[in-house]
Design a protein around this ligand. Structure first.
Ligand code: HEM
Length: 487
């Protein structure tokens, strides 16, 4: 990954000089440009401290590629609050063979066959939401509905929970989530203490669901969800995983799959409503797609080959507002990342959000070339910063250096953007639910937007994004849905 010169002369790790990290932590939570500013000053790899926790921030394809290419030199890491709330058995807190064995078990829930089984349930939830929107006489908060949708997909479609079970789980899960990035002090009455109690109830409920699904499967009764797919799960020593272990993996799925997917859906809808000028570009593609898809084709019916513009829209939303802004590793030996020496025992923050807006020197061209078929369909550029509004006549679309701050989905149709885009991570810990998340997003986009035209009501609501835990429009995205006529 490194150039020969970088390999010969690795540089020492640049440091911001922060010691206690109090001011750095305040800046981190308040300033969305926190990492970007420090990268501009110190380069693609630098060290700082947040509230006493030393951290090495990295961005760009070279540094991230170097890290992911050396899994033997690093391990997973989470802040103490997340670690304790997820639990010691969770695969997120495990490494090596322990981690791989649990990935294999949990991965059974996301196989192609599993997704085929889930797709009618997801389609039904999408239809339910479009029907509600079409019938509503007052504006509906799309953020709330999309959160409910993402939660229902995991809780009902994947885990098989229904009715009261699901409501109680939702309630405890919200208490649990609020404390995830809090100070892990279990003093009575603190959010963390309440979250630990909620965790106990969540595990008990998930344990009960697992037990019931086993009984039904054994009795040959029909089963909601996919928990029977977990049967035969073996640990790293080839022994069956005990229930306490499986249940912690199920809790991880709620954590990893709910907020992230809800965020990407809310950000997609927000971006489309903020850019009505793009609608003539994407709408014909969406409306021409069949709905609902046959279950056996659901995973491919709206993929990049069948729906390239939808794919480009999703990629661009995740580029500008990644649901997971960054993830952590801890070095277990000295590593050289993008030519910089990172010592053993350092916690590394892989800054996805900052990488997505950064084009490395020497990676890709500064002028993107759209395929010829795309040029004819391309709408004018979204911002005045983009000079060429006559894309039909030109082979190339020049863009200014500021272009990476611009919402311009067409860039993804051109192939190589020169960017390192890893919204689902990479390497040994790449997102286990990627295929499910993509399926949910594509089904919602086609099923909802293909049938309805959304309008913001009121028009002047707050569309700015709160970033923690995942980006979401502050005003709740209140909309009405108007039916579109069939083609
Ligand atoms: C748009 C939605 C999603 C995004 C952007 C996303 C992103 C990510 C990222 C960046 C990681 C890597 C973290 C790391 O390397 O430490 C990850 C891991 C993970 N994701 Fe997702 N995720 C999404 C949806 C889901 C869904 C729907 C599920 C399951 C229901 C899921 C389950 C997991 C699990 C279990 C891991 C841990 C993998 C491991 O540590 O080996 N994710 N996700």
């Amino acid at each position: 990954m490194n150039t020969p010169a970088q390999q010969t002369y690795p540089r020492p790790l640049p440091r911001t000089g922060a010691v206690t990290g109090v001011l750095e932590a305040l800046a981190f939570f308040r300033d969305p440009g926190f990492a970007q500013k420090r990268f501009a000053q110190h380069g693609n790899v630098f060290a700082t401290s947040l509230l006493g926790q030393p951290l090495v921030f990295i961005r760009g394809g070279r540094a991230i590629g170097d890290l992911l290419a050396q899994p033997d030199g690093c391990e997973g890491w989470w802040p103490v609050s997340v670690r304790e709330l997820l639990g010691s058995r969770s695969l997120a807190n495990r490494n090596g063979p322990d981690h791989r064995a649990r990935r294999r078990v949990v991965g059974q829930l996301f196989s192609a066959a599993a997704l085929r089984r889930y797709s009618p349930g997801i389609v039904a939830l999408v239809d339910e939401l479009s029907t509600e929107l079409a019938a509503a006489s007052t504006p509906v908060s799309l953020v709330d509905r999309l959160r409910r949708f993402a939660f229902s997909v995991i809780a009902t479609v994947v885990l098989g929970l229904e009715g009261d079970d699901r409501e109680a789980l939702f309630h405890d899960f919200e208490i649990w989530t609020r404390a995830l990035f809090s100070v892990p002090l279990a003093l009575p009455g603190t959010p963390f203490a309440r979250a630990l109690q909620a965790r106990g109830r969540l595990l008990a409920r998930l344990g009960e669901v697992l037990r019931r699904s086993r009984e039904r499967a054994a009795a040959g009764e029909p089963l909601a969800g996919g928990l029977d797919l977990l049967s035969g799960g073996l640990d790293e020593a080839g022994l069956p995983l005990d229930d306490a272990d499986v249940v912690e993996q199920l809790l991880l799925l709620l954590f990893a799959g709910y907020e992230t997917t809800a965020s990407s859906l809310s950000c997609l809808m927000t971006a489309l409503l903020q850019h009505p000028e793009l609608e003539p570009w994407w709408r014909p593609e969406l409306e021409a797609l069949p709905w609902p898809p046959a279950p056996e084709q659901a995973a491919s019916a709206y993929d990049a080959a069948a729906a390239p513009k939808l794919s480009a829209l999703i990629s661009e939303v995740m580029r500008l507002n990644p649901p997971v802004g960054g993830f952590f590793r801890r070095t277990t030996r000295e590593l050289v990342l993008d030519g910089v020496v990172v010592p053993t025992g350092q916690v590394v923050q892989v800054a996805l959000a900052a990488s997505n807006r950064y084009r490395e020197a020497g990676s890709g061209s500064a002028v993107e070339k759209p395929p010829r078929s795309e040029q004819a369909a391309a709408t004018p550029e979204v911002t005045p910063a983009s000079a060429n509004t006559d894309a039909k006549l030109s082979d190339t679309i020049p863009h200014s250096p500021d272009d990476l701050a611009t919402f311009r989905p067409q860039r993804h149709l051109a192939g190589d953007t020169g960017l390192t885009l890893l919204p689902f991570g990479g390497g040994e810990r790449v997102c286990l639910g990627k295929a499910l998340a993509e399926l949910e997003i594509r089904l919602m986009a086609v099923g909802l937007l293909g049938r309805l035209q959304l309008q913001l009501v009121p028009k002047d609501q707050d569309l700015s994004l709160q970033l923690i835990p995942s980006p979401s429009p502050r005003g709740g995205l209140r909309v009405v849905g108007l039916g579109v006529s069939a083609p």
